[in-house]
Design a protein around this ligand. Sequence first.
Ligand code: PLP
Length: 421
Amino acid sequence: MSLPYEATLEYAQSEDQTDILYSFRERFLFPQHDGRDVSYFCGNSLGLQPKSVSYLMDKELRDWARYGVEGHFNAAYPWFSYHHFFADRLGKIVGAGKDEVVAMNSLTVNLHLLMLSFYRPEGKRYKILMEAGAFPSDQYAVETQVRMHGYDPEDAIIEITPQNGAHLIEDADIINAIKEVGESVALVMIGGVNYYTGQFFDLENITKAAHSVGAYAGFDLAHAVGNIPMHLHDWNVDFACWCSYKYLNSGPGAVGGAYVHERLGNDPKFFRLGGWWGNDEKTRFKMQKGFVPQKGAASWQMSNAPVFNMVAHNAALDVFDKAGIGPLREKSIKLTGYMEFLLKKITNLPFEIITPADTTKRGCQLSLLFAERGREVFDMLTKNGVIADWREPNVIRIAPVPLYNTFEDCYRFYEVLAGIV
Ligand SMILES: *Cc1c(COP(=O)(O)O)cnc(C)c1O
């Protein structure tokens, strides 16, 4: 598909005028630079603050003051049930049923908890297959889980690398590797969207391949959630986890999320670590012996909900839900395409865009790989009020986020960058 993009400010502004999501920008607070909003392209690292958070946080504090312990049932959003308020909206974002998702803990913690259920090596089935260049926290989680079970990471972890000096890993290479390693694969664990390149993997067919050799498939969706619509349930994905401070705008260290397919989540015999909040709600307060998991992903919860952490999540998901993941994706494809179009207009490009050009294989992030002096360019961008993101050794990541970025933002970025290079 080729769109009649134009590299002019007038064109960018006219696109903004017809953008049905344009007004959502008004719901966010932007950092300031020289008395104006910065050009913020870092929503893939930390999303902006919805203006409603401050009021809702204050309201929660007042409910605590007013009700004390009775806030568990009397607060506007009763704390006893707090985690339930997210299931519907999260389900829509990742394509899962209400019982298949839960807001809890944080990303790496959830990855560990889910691996305790989904990585149960036995006999010759003990290998974990993952993509090379995964986010360090994921690498550490996998490495230490493998060690916990007494295996050597060098032997038990198989990393799929790009072929022949390419930057991207073909889905087919992952699928072929799964089939090749076959019965020794216990778990396939991939970052749904790679944080460095922005590549979105074929979760459905990777899951199929994992199942065909009798392994589980789980995904870290940190960079996919709120970025690309997914259908985790229909794709038959076993488990997934994510953080909500990136595209979901829920604030630094915000509560994370987890998904478990109902095939497993509704099976009380499927192993999970217990805590009172994961127990059947009807007997939670009976203080009896014997953990009885409730239905679904919520049974992986251990502690009661960290309400103050979740207030921003609640506010942010409201904004997200009003915009809708479908319309957001539609705008995202167009907006990111525009940014890509503009970047390619720059003469003597000192960088290469390593993110896939195929829009079905990426979300809204573009990764610019510099041959040299990338850091200098990045520092100049910052001086000009453009917030992008620097990743060692040589990449500037930019994310035109459809919820609050505009075509004009992209145009301004292009102007500044063209001026620098
Ligand atoms: C952002 C990110 C993390 C961060 O983990 P936390 O536990 O939230 O600190 C982990 N993995 C990936 C792939 C990420 O993108």
